[in-house]
Design a protein around this ligand. Structure first.
Ligand code: URP
Ligand code: ZN
Ligand code: ZN
Length: 487
């Protein structure tokens, strides 16, 4: 088997930083040490060697709001590689028949011939009945160990509390992880109607109708339901202090609740929706919406303190023409924005370069933490012997101005247009193969990526159920002589 050595770099992992070479044999890291020899060499002089990014939240080719997300599995994973991300975890939605198994097979059918790097799936639970109950086990057997519940999108994907409780209990039995989109969907629908009736038909109506209080309320509710079901919880796209506060409080009480802010929420704010250019504002319509600077500060603080663990993108890319479906009604603008290619560079520039994050924290929140949470560590998200050689040679000297004119996404705009970023991948390796070199134009082979099954992971659940059993309400046995006689 041929070997490669990444030479003269500084290895940065979630817990340490040191000068070392990395020896790769085939698809796997074989050794990390000094003066290593191989058949070929990759130069990492003056660069950092980090685990490939894992974006745990994408919607490639997602059928949603009457259209389909424009970013394909091929363009999405290619754009990801150019930005230093070597694995995405995409959300699988049930089709018209409601079957989970069929949905996963449909995702395989679409993604397998296209993906340039590795992929996993989360499954969405959008309703509740016996076959959903049964098929959740099939999903786990098929390597999908996490289930998303939408508390918003009333009349479409939204699920009720009793259904969520039933699904969370099923997750507890299966050793799977429930996830939530936390927004109070009933109140959002009411507010949307209210502002629309007042004549607020533009994208600003989207932001007004989804205040942070609605997100905080739903986050608290989901945490309460998870606690009652005895299961850990992962809250996706955390955008505000109210939701962060709920997570912080739960964690302080010993609950295993994880929070995922998006790179967009850390760097873009609500003023985008007040832009006079309708297209500009509509392109940034996503749920939850961008918030004020105070909320951004809270999210950064959460990453620093460890109360938030993961930075994702929720990459759901709809072209300008698709967004224009909502030209007369903000409620019809397809929800979603881009970030898959930009996540690492924007987070580095606004996090590490400003001193908000250490390099090790950067690695933790872009790959290692989520690999642990999703049970694929250390195969992914780690630089250790035996791990997949998903590696980025991260060059802190390559600067770039982000633009739709130079990005690799299929999208005809970029929400980070004009951002100056201060680092880029010099090389991106996926299982030992260089799939991106700075300045390269050729795309890696579509279909070379693989589905990464994620087994159930009962350890947090077992700990939780032991503790629940120990602290459960118990009947007190009393001597009848100590019970007052009735009349
Ligand atoms: N977030 C968003 O606006 N679109 C994608 C679907 C979702 O994650 O809610
Ligand atoms: Zn969502
Ligand atoms: Zn999403």
């Amino acid at each position: 088997m041929t070997t490669k050595v990444i030479k003269n770099g500084t290895v940065v992992t979630a817990d340490r930083t040191w000068k070392a070479d990395v020896l790769i044999e085939g698809e796997t890291i074989r050794q990390i040490g000094t003066d290593l020899k191989g058949d070929t060499y990759i130069d990492a002089t003056d660069a950092y060697v980090i685990p490939g990014g894992i974006d745990p939240h994408t919607h490639l080719e997602m059928p949603f709001m009457g259209t389909t997300a424009a970013e394909t599995f091929e363009t999405g994973t290619w754009a990801a590689a150019c930005g230093g991300t070597t694995m995405v975890v995409d959300f699988c939605l049930p089709g018209a028949d409601g079957s989970i198994k069929n949905a996963i097979n449909e995702w395989h059918r679409k993604s397998t011939p296209q993906i340039c790097s590795d992929i996993g799936y989360h499954m969405a639970i959008t309703g509740w009945n016996e076959s959903v109950f049964n098929e959740m086990k099939d999903a786990v057997d098929m390597g999908v160990n996490s289930f998303k519940h939408f508390m918003a999108y009333k009349g479409a994907l939204m699920i009720e509390d009793d259904e969520m409780f039933a699904s969370f209990k099923r997750c507890a039995e299966l050793g799977a992880l429930p996830m939530v989109h936390a927004e109070n969907g009933d109140l959002v629908a009411e507010m949307q109607q209210k502002y629309f009736d007042q004549g607020i038909t533009g994208p600003e109506g989207h932001a007004y109708s989804r205040p942070p209080e609605f997100e905080g309320e739903a986050a608290n509710r989901a945490i309460c339901i998870a606690d009652a079901a005895g299961v850990p919880l992962y809250i996706v796209h955390v955008s505000c202090e109210q939701a962060h506060e709920a997570i912080r409080r739960a964690r302080q009480k010993g609950m295993r609740v994880y929070g995922e802010p998006l790179v967009q929420f850390l760097t873009l704010d609500e003023s985008e929706y007040f832009n006079k250019d309708w297209d500009h504002a509509a392109r940034r319509v996503m749920s939850p919406p961008f918030r004020s600077r105070d909320h951004q500060d809270s999210l950064w603080a959460g990453l620093q303190a460890g109360s938030l663990q993961v930075v994702a993108t929720d990459h759901a890319a709809f072209n300008t023409e698709q967004k224009r479906a909502g030209r007369n009604d903000f409620r019809i603008i397809p929800n979603g924005s881009n970030g898959l290619e930009e996540r690492l560079a924007v987070l580095w520039t606004h996090g590490v370069e400003t001193g908000r994050l250490t390099m090790n924290e950067f690695v933790a929140v872009t790959s290692s933490n989520v690999a642990k949470i999703l049970n694929i560590y250390p195969k992914k998200g780690a630089l250790v012997e035996g791990a997949d050689a998903d590696i980025v040679v991260w060059d802190p000297k390559i600067t770039k101005t982000i633009s739709a004119s130079n990005h690799h996404s299929i999208l005809d705009y970029n929400v980070f247009e004009g951002f100056e970023v201060k680092a880029q991948p010099r090389y991106t390796l996926s299982r030992g193969e260089v799939i991106w070199a700075w300045g390269q134009n050729s795309q890696p082979q579509p279909g070379r990526g693989r589905f990464v099954p994620r087994p159930a992971f009962p350890s947090a659940h077992q700990a939780l159920s032991k503790w629940k059993a120990l602290t459960a309400p118990k009947m007190i046995r009393r001597d009848p002589l100590n019970i007052p006689a009735g009349i």
